[in-house]
Design a protein around this ligand. Structure first.
Ligand SMILES: O=C(O)CCC(=O)C(=O)O
Length: 286
């Protein structure tokens, strides 16, 4: 059983401004609201405490776990008795900056840390140029974390979803969901956002949770929004528009088990023909 019991989740589609204190205050209000509505696991977007801009990352970067945002989320998880999959924040470590997810259990303990492995370096002339590697360094491992009482989830950040391997590793380690805080844009969002969510869920017969910021056309980065949940059959079961909102879903263990029993690709893999990425990948929670 990959998911031990039903799990109500919430995706917080909130934007971030240049005011870090205001960003954290908004997160606090929305996590509290989601918990009051019964969510046990809450997901935040990529870069929820800073503007999404390479020029902003050095200024907003914090150390983990000593920094303000780690302490803030730890306390919030305790206060609301939720698991928090803390989107991502710019992290300062060893003279480098990473785009890093931090996740907490309801006791406020740091249970997962994922540094974005695949940096968002693209150039679509006339549409979007974004080169994270001008400032950021990449992470070097897949991340699978234990959600006590429920099972395991894999975590990737935004552009990571384009590389199926992280989800494959999580799926083969028994994850019931792959969670991607993200911030797609108005060029690649309509093209690929929901397609990638459906693809990763269908590949691995697990839930995919994608949480993006609300769109703000006055900011320097126009986010796609559209936070969504894809089920183990590869269907989108709920999807937001671009505005600030909370997306709720109930994850059902029976749907995972039925999908895997009736279309049994998880037991039909031919590892003699291709390498088992789960056996060779580097993976840990922290
Ligand atoms: O893959 C894309 O098209 C968008 C990725 C992105 O926005 C990111 O990695 O932050």
């Amino acid at each position: 059983m990959s998911l031990a019991q039903k799990l109500k989740i919430a995706l917080l589609q909130v934007g971030a401004t240049a005011d870090k204190a205001a960003n954290l205050a908004l997160v606090k209000a929305k996590v509290t609201e989601a918990a009051a509505n019964g969510a046990k696991l809450v997901v935040l977007p990529e870069c929820f405490n800073s503007p999404y801009a390479v020029t902003a990352f050095p200024k907003y970067a914090e150390s983990i776990p000593e920094g303000e945002t780690t302490q803030f989320l730890s306390q919030l998880a305790q206060d609301t008795k939720t698991f928090i999959i803390g989107g991502s924040i710019p992290e300062n470590a060893d003279g480098k900056i990473y785009n890093t997810n931090i996740s907490f259990n309801p006791r406020g303990e740091l249970i997962g840390k994922h540094r974005k492995v695949h940096l968002f370096d693209i150039n679509v002339p006339g549409k979007i140029r974004f080169i994270e590697s001008e400032v950021l360094s990449p992470g070097n491992k897949a991340t699978v974390i234990d959600i006590e009482g429920y099972g395991k989830v894999g975590v990737g950040i935004c552009y990571d979803i384009r590389f199926p391997e992280l989800a494959s590793i999580a799926g083969r380690k028994g994850a019931f969901a792959m969670i991607y805080p993200g911030a797609f844009n108005l060029t690649t969002g309509p093209l690929h956002w929901s397609l990638l969510g459906r693809a990763r869920s269908n590949d691995n017969q697990l839930y995919v949770l994608m949480c993006g910021p609300a769109r703000d056309m006055t900011s320097g980065y126009h986010a796609w929004g559209h936070s969504l949940v894809a089920d183990p059959l590869g269907q989108i079961i709920t999807e937001a528009d671009e505005k600030e909102t909370i997306v709720y879903a109930e994850l059902d263990p029976e749907l995972i088990e039925n999908t895997r029993a009736t279309i049994p690709i998880t037991t039909q893999r031919m590892f003699g023909v291709y390498d088992d990425v789960a056996a060779t990948g580097k993976c840990s929670a922290l």
